[in-house]
Write a protein that binds this ligand. Structure first.
Ligand code: BGC
Length: 810
C-alpha cells in the first residue's frame, strides 16, 4: 500500500469516527490494520460516484463545489515588426495547483486526495488555448499555443467539417499542455454590431451558432478533454455585463438566444456549460433553476456540470440551489457560506450531493483523473497549417469589380494601412491567445514573391513602433491596447506608389474584446484619416488605371456603404489568427478561391440595427456601488426587437443592408437547378434537394442556404428563417453536386409562450434555396394540414414586465 493510500484511509477514518473512539486502543488497531475498514474508503473510479459522495464530509463537498482560486494569464503578446512575439512574464495570480501545473490557466477545481479526486485545470478559449508562454520554473522552453481564426471567421466558412478539424487541433494542444477543460466555445448571438466580444461568437443566427459550436466541441472533446460552452445566456454586451438586467421575452429566448446552446448540447454533449454574468429577467442566470436545471438538464438532457463565469453572480446558496454546480474561480468565503447554509438549515445537503455528482461524473473522464502524461510539446507546426487553411476558408469576398482579384499580372504591391504591417490576429481579453508569432500581410505578400516598396514599409513601421512606445506600461487586466492612429501618408508618397506599383492594397483594422463594447465613432464608422487614405489612394491609382483592394482585418461589423465605391475589391479577412498574412495572400492570389459568406449582416447604417435604440440599455448611476475594478452600475436592457434579430429583421421589415446575411462572392459563379421536395404535404419530414453547378473558369465551393417561411396565423413569423445550409466540395468548372436538406417538425415550429410549446401552424410553408438571404434562387412549398404540437416545454424565464416587442404589420 502506498503512503498516499494509507494517508487517505486515515483521513477518511478521522472524518467518520466519533472523537471518543479515537482514544480507544482497539480503534487504533483497527485504523491501521483492518483490511475490512480499508476497503470502505470509496475511491473515485473504484467505488461508484454515489458511494464517493456519501463518503464526503460537508467541508469536502463545499470545497469541490467552489473553484480553488485562479491563475492569471500573461498579458497579450505583442507582435514585433519581425512578426515574433516577445515572451512576457506572467502577471499576478494566486499560486495554486493551476499556477504549478499550467501557469496562465484560468482556474482549477479543488483536489481531495483521500478520495482519489484530483484537481482539474480550466483554461480559455475560444481561438486557441490561453496559457502563459513562459514559466519561471522552466526556462528551457516556451509554451506558446496556436492562435486560430476567431469565431466570426470560422462561422463565415459555413463548414462544419472544417470547424471540427480546427476543434481537433485546438483540443490536441489543450491535452498536450495538461489542461482538462477549455473554456470555449462562445455561443452568444451577434445582437448588435457594437458587442465587444462578437469576434468570439459566431453569428446573428442560432442555427449557425449551434452547428458551429457542436462541430468545434465534437472536435475538441475527441481528444479526451472537455469544453465549456458559454455564456449561458443572453450575454450580448460588455457594458455593465455583471449588473445588467436583460429583459427579454421567453419566445425570443427560446427561438434566438437559447437555440444555439440547445443545438450544441444535443449534438455534441459538452462536458460543461458556463452561465453568464448578466441578470436575466430579474434573476442572475446562475441562480435560475429554470434555466440551469429545467431547460438545460431536463428538457435538453445535459449530462455535464454547470459553472459560473469568473466572479459571476452574487449568491452562492442560490447558485447551488439552481443547479449551478461549480462556482469559479472560487474563494474560501464562498465555501464557508455554503457550509454555514447547510448547518443553519437554509440549504439541503442533498443539493450539494447532486451538484458534486455532476462534477465527479465529468472528472472521471478527465486527463487529470486518468493521470495522462502530457507532453508539453504540441505539434504547433501542424496546427499552424490548419490555422492558415481555416482562415482562408472563412474570408468573405464582398466586392470584386472588374475582376480586381485574384491578383493578375501583378509584380509590385503598394501596401497601405497600419494593420497591413501589424495585423490583428484575434481580439483581446480572455479570448486572446499567447502565440509565438503573427504573420503580417506584409510578410504574407513577401512570402508569395511580390515586391514592395521599402520606403513605404519604413514609414509605416516607424509610425507603428513609435506609437507602441507610447503605450502605457501597465494595462488593466484584459484592457485592449489603444488603437494606433492611421499613419499620415502624403499625397506625394501615394502618387509615387501609384507610379511604381501595379495595385494598391489598403488594410483597415479593428480590435475589441472583453470588458468593453465598441464605439460608433472611429470604430463602427471609419475614422476620417482612414476615409481620406482610401479616397486618396483610390484617386491616385485609378488615375493610372490601377486597382485598389481594401482588406478588412476586423472582429465585428463596420460601416462600409459610405466608402465602398472607392474600392474595386473588398476582402473581409476578419481576425484570421497567427497565419493571417499568409491566409489573406492565399485568397488575394487565387491560390484559394474565396468561399466564405456572411453569418452576420452588414447594415447600411447603425440606425438600421433593430437593437440600436436598446443598446447597451439604461444605467442607474445613482445606485452604483464599489470603486475602480469593482464598480457596479445597475442597468437594464430590454430586447424590444424580440425575435427580429439580424436578417430576420432586415428581411421582414424590408430594410436593405449593405451586405446581407449569407452574402459572399467567389472567383467563379454557380447555378442552382432542379430544386425538389420529397412531398407536398408534411408528415414527419421532407427532404429537399438542389443541384449546384460551377459555371465559371476556376474551381470553387458554394454555400447553399435553405430558408423557410411559415404561416403567421396565431403568431407573427419572420419573412424567412435559415433551416439548413450546406457547403459543396471544391467543384471544378462545369462540375455539379446535388445537396440535400432534411426538414423536420421542429424546423416548422415557433415557440408559443401562452401554451409553453413548440407549435407548427397549419398552412402553406414556402421553402427557398439561395446564395444569400436576399439572393433566393429557387422556391418551393408544402402544406401542413393541421396544427402540430412538436414539443411541450416547462414554463420558464418569464419577464417581470411587459415588453413592447416589435411586430411586423399584418
Ligand atoms: C470571461 C470568460 C472566461 C473567464 C475565465 C471571464 O472574464 O467572461 O469567458 O472564460 O473569464 O478567464
Amino acid at each position: 500500500m502506498t503512503n498516499l493510500c494509507k494517508k487517505n484511509k486515515i483521513n477518511n477514518m478521522q472524518n467518520r469516527i466519533p472523537v471518543t473512539k479515537l482514544i480507544s486502543g482497539l480503534y487504533l488497531f483497527f485504523l491501521v490494520k483492518s483490511p475490512l475498514m480499508a476497503q470502505t474508503v470509496p475511491m473515485l473510479g473504484k467505488a461508484s460516484v454515489k458511494a464517493v459522495v456519501a463518503a464526503m464530509t460537508l467541508e469536502e463537498k463545499a470545497k469541490l463545489l467552489v473553484g480553488a482560486g485562479r491563475g492569471l494569464a500573461a498579458p497579450v503578446s505583442t507582435t514585433t515588426k519581425d512578426s515574433v512575439a516577445k515572451p512576457q512574464a506572467p502577471v499576478g495570480g494566486m499560486i495554486g495547483v493551476t499556477q504549478d501545473k499550467v501557469p496562465g490557466a484560468a482556474g482549477n477545481t479543488a483536489a481531495i486526495p483521500r478520495l482519489g479526486i484530483p484537481s482539474m485545470v480550466l483554461a480559455d478559449g475560444p481561438a486557441g488555448l490561453r496559457i502563459n508562454p513562459i514559466r519561471k520554473f522552466d526556462s528551457t522552453k516556451t509554451f506558446y499555443a496556436t492562435a486560430f481564426p476567431v469565431g466570426t471567421l470560422l462561422a463565415s466558412s459555413w463548414d462544419v467539417d472544417l470547424v471540427k478539424k480546427v476543434g481537433l487541433a485546438i483540443g490536441s494542444e489543450v491535452r498536450d499542455y495538461g489542461v482538462d477543460i477549455l473554456l470555449a466555445p462562445g455561443i452568444n448571438i451577434h445582437r448588435n454590431p457594437l458587442g465587444g466580444r462578437n469576434f468570439e461568437y459566431y453569428s446573428e443566427d442560432p442555427l449557425i451558432a449551434g452547428k458551429m459550436a457542436a462541430a468545434i466541441v465534437n472536435g475538441i472533446q475527441a481528444n479526451g478533454i472537455g469544453t465549456s460552452i458559454k455564456h449561458y445566456v443572453a450575454n450580448n454586451q460588455e457594458t455593465n455585463r455583471s449588473s445588467v438586467n436583460t429583459i427579454v421575452s421567453e419566445r425570443a429566448l427560446r427561438e434566438i438566444y437559447l437555440r444555439g446552446f440547445e443545438i450544441a448540447v444535443k449534438e455534441s454533449s459538452p462536458w460543461t456549460v458556463m452561465t453568464s454574468y448578466n441578470i436575466l429577467n430579474g434573476i442572475y442566470t446562475a441562480e435560475r433553476a429554470d434555466l440551469v436545471t429545467a431547460i438545460l438538464r431536463k428538457e435538453w438532457g445535459f449530462k455535464g456540470f454547470v459553472m459560473t463565469d469568473w466572479f459571476g453572480g452574487v449568491d452562492p446558496i442560490a447558485q447551488m440551489k439552481a443547479g449551478n454546480d461549480l462556482i469559479m474561480p472560487g474563494s474560501p468565503s464562498q465555501t464557508k457560506e455554503i457550509i454555514n447554509a447547510v448547518n443553519s438549515g437554509m440549504l439541503n445537503e442533498k443539493v450539494l450531493d447532486q451538484n458534486v455528482e455532476h462534477i465527479l461524473n465529468i472528472l472521471l473522464q478527465s486527463s487529470a483523473f486518468k493521470n495522462y502524461h502530457f507532453s508539453n510539446s504540441p505539434d504547433l507546426k501542424k496546427d499552424a497549417v490548419i490555422s492558415r487553411m481555416a482562415a482562408s476558408e472563412g474570408m468573405v469576398l464582398l466586392k470584386n469589380d472588374g475582376t480586381a482579384l485574384p491578383l493578375n499580372k501583378i509584380k509590385m504591391v503598394a501596401l497601405f494601412g497600419n494593420t497591413s504591417y501589424d495585423i490583428i490576429a484575434g481580439g483581446t481579453g480572455s479570448g486572446d491567445v499567447n502565440k509565438a508569432y503573427t504573420v503580417s500581410l506584409l510578410q504574407g505578400i513577401k512570402n508569395a514573391g511580390y515586391t514592395l516598396d521599402q520606403s513605404l514599409t519604413n514609414t509605416y513601421t516607424a509610425h507603428i513602433d513609435s506609437s507602441k512606445a507610447k503605450w502605457p506600461k501597465v494595462r488593466r487586466m484584459f484592457q485592449a491596447p489603444p488603437p494606433i492612429q492611421e499613419a499620415t501618408i502624403t499625397m506625394e508618397q501615394i502618387a509615387g506608389q501609384a507610379d511604381k506599383a501595379d495595385i494598391a492594397v489598403i488594410t483597415i483594422g479593428r480590435n475589441a474584446g472583453e470588458g468593453a463594447d465598441r464605439k460608433l465613432e472611429n470604430d463602427y464608422y471609419l475614422s476620417s484619416a482612414e476615409k481620406i487614405l482610401i479616397k486618396n489612394v483610390s484617386t491616385a491609382f485609378h488615375t493610372k488605371g490601377k486597382k485598389v483592394v481594401v482588406v478588412l482585418n476586423i472582429g465585428g461589423v463596420i460601416e462600409i456603404a459610405s466608402w465602398r465605391d472607392d474600392a474595386d475589391a473588398i476582402l473581409l479577412a476578419w481576425q484570421p489568427g497567427m497565419e493571417g498574412g499568409n491566409a489573406i495572400t492565399d485568397v488575394l492570389t487565387g491560390k484559394v478561391t474565396p468561399s466564405g459568406k456572411l453569418a452576420t449582416t452588414f447594415p447600411t447604417d447603425y440606425k438600421d440595427v433593430p437593437s440600436a435604440k436598446n443598446f447597451p440599455g439604461k444605467e442607474f448611476l445613482d445606485q452604483a456601488t464599489g470603486e475602480g475594478f469593482r464598480r457596479k452600475v445597475p442597468a437594464e436592457v430590454t430586447y424590444e426587437e424580440g425575435i427580429y434579430v439580424g436578417y430576420r429583421y432586415y428581411n421582414t421589415f424590408k430594410i436593405s443592408p449593405t451586405y446581407e446575411f449569407g452574402y459572399g462572392l467567389s472567383y467563379t459563379t454557380f447555378s442552382y437547378s432542379n430544386f425538389k421536395l420529397s412531398a407536398t404535404s408534411f408528415k414527419d419530414k421532407i427532404t429537399a434537394t438542389v443541384s449546384i453547378t460551377n459555371k465559371g473558369k476556376v474551381a470553387g465551393k458554394e454555400i447553399v442556404q435553405l430558408y423557410l417561411n411559415a404561416p403567421a396565423k396565431k403568431m407573427d413569423k419572420p419573412a424567412l428563417e435559415l433551416k439548413g445550409f450546406a457547403k459543396t466540395r471544391l467543384l471544378q468548372p462545369g462540375e455539379t453536386q446535388t445537396v440535400s436538406f432534411e426538414i423536420k417538425p421542429r424546423d416548422l415550429a415557433s415557440f408559443d409562450t401562452d401554451n409553453e410549446q413548440w407549435i407548427a401552424e397549419a398552412g402553406n410553408y414556402i421553402v427557398s434555396v439561395g446564395a444569400s438571404s436576399q439572393d433566393i434562387k429557387q422556391k418551393n412549398h408544402f402544406s401542413l394540414n393541421k396544427d402540430l404540437i412538436v414539443e411541450k416545454a416547462t414554463k420558464a424565464l418569464t419577464p417581470q414586465m411587459t415588453i413592447n416587442e416589435m411586430k411586423p404589420a399584418k
